[in-house]
Design a protein around this ligand. Sequence first.
Ligand SMILES: Nc1nc2c(ncn2[C@@H]2O[C@H](COP(=O)(O)OP(=O)(O)OP(=O)(O)O)[C@@H](O)[C@H]2O)c(=O)[nH]1
Length: 381
Amino acid sequence: MSASQADSAAPGGPSPLPRVHWLVAMNRRNRTLGFALLWLVMAAQMRWHAASGPLAWTLLTLHLLVLPQMMYWRACRAANPRETEVGHMLLDALMFGLWSGWLGHPLWISGLTLVCTTVNLMAFRGPPGALQAGALYLVGALATGFGLGIEPVLQTDRTATLLALFTMEVYLLGFAWGAYQRSLQLHRTRGQLREREQDLQRRLDEIALLQVRLAEQARRDPLTGLHNRRFLVEHLGARQSGRPAAPPLGVMLIDIDHFKRVNDSHGHAAGDAVLQAVARLLEQRHGGEAEVVCRYGGEEFLLLLPYRGAARMRALAEQLRVEAELLRLPLGEGQSLIGVTLSIGWACGHDEPFEALLDRADRALYRAKQGGRNRVESGLA
Ligand SMILES: Nc1nc2c(ncn2[C@@H]2O[C@H](COP(=O)(O)OP(=O)(O)OP(=O)(O)O)[C@@H](O)[C@H]2O)c(=O)[nH]1
């Protein structure tokens, strides 16, 4: 179990393990391998260094082999692992500056450590990061140089040089590998995002279509498929909007005669079939663009027609009445046929609001019923 996993284990039961920040994981890998190689590079150089005693060897080992693990442990627990790691990288720069100065600035070792630390910071903080790392490196290098009075030797041991070159190659390959992995991951993530976006768009389109269908359904009578009263109200509102006067209009109210008897004698299903047949007839005759056929109540229908004059309105109503009278609806296999009659009241006008026309048509319908049914009556103004 890693340090971070151990840290996350809640008392009394398992809890989801927090993921180690990718930068922390990458730095641990790079430091563990890179610093081990650097230990070899430094050790090769220190063999000839006059001041190399047990303390120097211990410090070198602690810095390059132990400190990377402590940094990882600390970064895993940090509230902001990325910033903590950047801090660690800056510390790396200072420490390598100190080592470089203490060793007398051997060129290959100084170059290697300076390049690695500044490139690291450049990748995570841009030019300011690289400048910071370079400055800290310089501070370390000068502090040991001037502080301890160490003369710059500049020469690098041959083995140390070869190891430094090898370390540089390993470091650069590791860095490039990390960048390659990140770009692959980015590519995959972009692909997934594109797919999700397309999926989302598909769902939005479906929802929009569903909304249109629902809105349409809410304006239709489910039994006959005709428009309902809600549609009529909206239609009249849209028709009237922006107009100072009421548009010329014809209104027809149509009621099936003695419909209750159909239900009572033949059953509710037969009643439904009659309603559907009458609706079909009205739709066939008045389903045009400028006309509205609407189920207005139980067995009552309303037609909204363009103004065509009283004579034409009467003729249209009469035609509907006759055609309905001729309808014969089979009740089922081998059973009798039902016939229906309609009572119709109509009204039309130029500057009259719909409500006034409806009222006249309603009174005309009442007269048609009173007059014996199967009749057409006009609601004269
Ligand atoms: N089958 C069926 N019946 C309906 C529906 N809506 C309303 N009704 C019936 O329609 C009948 C209307 O009856 P009434 O208002 O008495 O009218 P009527 O029998 O047609 O008599 P008049 O209009 O005076 O000729 C009632 O029995 C309602 O139950 C429906 O969707 N399906």
